[in-house]
Design a protein around this ligand. Structure first.
Ligand SMILES: [Zn+2]
Length: 98
């Protein structure tokens, strides 16, 4: 498994050696997440955009529950996430469909 972590920085930090420099882009994972290679320790790792820090299938399940009449509060409890996180999921799905 690739080691993934969440970052909003355009200058990623290597999760293995914590180097901040010589982090080069190395393509994308199959799920479209940016991969990087650390030139200090030569390890590959990937970062996730904060907006998509949760897997797409979970967000789709949440959107499905919402479409079936579940309240945002219930959905948040189901997936053990913040209520505002669920709101963001629903909104991002609406953005994509319009
Ligand atoms: Zn490194």
């Amino acid at each position: 498994m690739q080691q993934c972590f969440d970052t909003t920085s355009s200058n990623p930090i290597c999760p293995a050696c914590h180097s901040k420099h010589r982090q080069t882009k190395a393509g994308h994972t199959t799920s479209g997440i940016q991969r990087y290679q650390c030139q200090d320790c030569k390890r590959h790792y990937c970062t996730e955009n904060r907006r998509y820090r949760y897997p797409l299938d979970i967000r789709q399940q949440a959107a499905g529950l919402h479409a079936n009449g579940s309240s945002l509060r219930e959905i948040a409890r189901t997936f053990s996430v913040n209520h505002q996180t669920v709101v963001n999921w629903i909104r991002s799905d609406e953005d994509q469909s319009s």
